[in-house]
Design a protein around this ligand. Structure first.
Ligand SMILES: Cc1cc2nc3c(=O)[nH]c(=O)nc-3n(C[C@H](O)[C@H](O)[C@H](O)COP(=O)(O)OP(=O)(O)OC[C@H]3O[C@@H](n4cnc5c(N)ncnc54)[C@H](O)[C@@H]3O)c2cc1C
Length: 485
């Protein structure tokens, strides 16, 4: 017996009920449809993925289901690799069309998408992949990209409507195993709460109150935790679209009063897409230097340096505070991210690949399209951007003068007075005794001498820029990733 046709909406990094083109298309077709999310074992085992990402996704799904419960609609969750899940669905159901957003992901998701595409095509099933957040597919350079981005951002949002689900739940043999379900359910409170409802709570609190000093406090490790948008995980997992965020901020009644602050965040929302666009064109940046010429630059592995960096035990208080804070909370601000990468790759002279997955795992807002290009930019392997080396002592003096953030995350330094908090190794035994600290201080000495390591690093990275291979690559990068008109 021929089964009635159904359509499938495949959710990926777009778990929201509004401004959602695939869900709108499914509604408009007028035939029954299911909404699915796949927890794919192959992707979950990839070193970029951590439990906090999966938990965020799972709790976003629960929020989505709550929102659509009045329509009897829920996301059908499967624990299976996409190709195999679709093979089953095609064999056992009569799928007419599939809808999703395009994914600008890593090589693994790109290959997965190609395999699903071929499978669907060979079964005469049309898969419509909608543009995500102003990211273009198939472009060879950036000509006209900026203009198009503004056009996309000014278009109307989709006000999705939902018809009640009348079908029985989708039959499949891939329910969540109890082990995974437990892992997903136990989402620690210390992370930002997941889902569309929380995305709007954070965005509203930014525009209503928190955001007025955005530009002034953006680099402060402590104050930025409340003054920044903090919408990055919601954008990364698609609980809101960039267009929703842009239009909300621009149209907000506080915009005229907070122009400097709000324009600051609006600029960054464009950067968000600018970086993902780079990755959309070249996802090998997950594993290979953006400028291939930097593959020739040797950085001998020093395992104890990498281990100390990951554990927050470099002996540089602000670096250690950041590394411990991000492990615990999933977020540090842009400058602190740039600084910890700078220390690893320049001062400790380690290859960027020794730390890139560690931070990907820890960032709750892990977005491949921003993460790898940004990481490489700070590591100096793009060969086109100015190389900034952050001095953690200077950063600490400028942005955490009293050491409040440091003391919050590095309890070993709680009794250290302000004059030594940025350079505790300068305290003599007498200084410690005067401050009720029993010597020796239970905190490591700095791994390197910053003046020496900075000098070496500058000579190394700028020197390598003159290499023929770097120069040749530079032309390709400028042509592909920067605007030519
Ligand atoms: C090494 C490194 C890795 C990074 N990895 C990620 C990542 O995986 N995911 C991620 O979303 N951001 C990443 N960033 C960029 C930036 O640090 C975060 O977007 C920002 O800290 C998020 O906090 P927020 O939402 O409060 O940002 P806000 O300052 O409030 O900005 C609003 C939004 O603009 C975008 N944005 C802000 N700064 C940048 C930037 N420099 N480049 C691109 N987009 C930006 C983000 O979507 C952010 O949510 C990385 C930066 C560095 C240096």
């Amino acid at each position: 017996m021929v089964k009635d046709p159904i359509n499938i909406v495949w959710l990926k990094r777009d778990i929201r009920t509004l401004d959602h083109a695939p869900l709108q298309a499914a509604e408009q077709r007028g035939i029954p449809y299911y909404i699915i999310y796949l927890f794919e074992p192959e992707l979950m085992a990839h070193p970029d993925t951590s439990d906090r990402h999966l938990q965020f996704v799972y709790h976003s799904i629960l929020d989505f289901n709550r929102k659509l419960s009045g329509f009897n609609r829920t996301i059908e969750i499967m624990e299976e690799d996409a190709t195999s899940a679709f093979e089953y669905l095609i064999t056992n159901h009569n799928i007419s069309e599939v809808f999703s957003h395009r994914e600008s992901g890593i090589q693994l998701t790109w290959e997965r998408d190609k395999s699903v595409y071929n499978l669907l095509k060979s079964n005469n099933i049309h898969w419509t992949q909608f543009k995500r957040d102003g990211i273009e597919r198939g472009i060879k350079d950036r000509d006209g990209w900026d203009k198009q981005w503004y056009v996309t951002m000014s278009q109307s949002q989709i006000h999705n409507t939902y018809s009640p689900q009348e079908l029985a739940p989708l039959a499949h043999p891939f329910p969540l195993t109890s082990t995974l379900k437990k892992r997903l359910s136990d989402y620690p409170k210390k992370f930002q709460p997941a889902g569309e409802s929380n995305a709007w709570k954070y965005l509203n609190s930014f525009t209503n109150e928190r955001g007025k000093d955005y530009h002034r406090l953006i680099s402060k490790p402590l104050e930025s935790r409340t003054s920044c948008g903090r919408i990055s995980p919601y954008l990364a997992w698609g609980n809101i679209s960039i267009k929703q965020a842009v239009q909300h901020i621009k149209g907000h009644e506080n915009y005229p009063h907070n122009k400097r602050a709000f324009n600051g965040i609006l600029t960054r929302l464009k950067w968000h897409c600018h970086f993902i666009q780079k990755f959309e064109v070249e996802c090998s940046y997950e594993t290979i230097c953006i400028n291939r010429g930097y593959e020739l630059l040797e950085r001998p592995l020093n395992e104890s340096f990498v281990k100390a960096w990951k554990a927050g035990k470099t002996g540089f208080p602000l670096v250690d505070a950041c590394m411990r804070c991000v492990a615990q909370t999933g977020w540090i601000n842009f400058r602190m991210r740039a600084m910890v990468v700078s220390i690893l790759c320049h001062h400790l002279d380690q290859d960027w690949r020794t730390g890139v997955y560690h931070l990907a795992n820890h960032f709750l807002d892990y977005e491949p399209g921003i993460h790898y290009p940004q990481f490489q930019m700070q590591a100096g392997t793009t060969g086109v951007n100015t190389i900034r080396m952050y001095n953690p002592i200077k950063q600490s003096q400028e942005h955490d003068y009293e050491g409040k953030f440091i003391k919050m995350w590095v309890p070993e330094l709680r009794e250290v007075p302000t004059e030594f908090i940025h350079e505790p190794w300068k305290m003599t035994e007498m200084d410690m005794t005067f401050n009720n600290i029993t010597p020796p201080l239970d905190y490591p000495k700095p791994l390197v001498d910053l003046t020496e390591s900075g000098k070496k690093a500058r000579a190394k990275i700028w020197g390598h820029r003159k290499h023929q291979a770097v120069k040749a690559e530079k032309k390709r990068i400028v042509k592909t990733h920067t605007r030519n008109n």
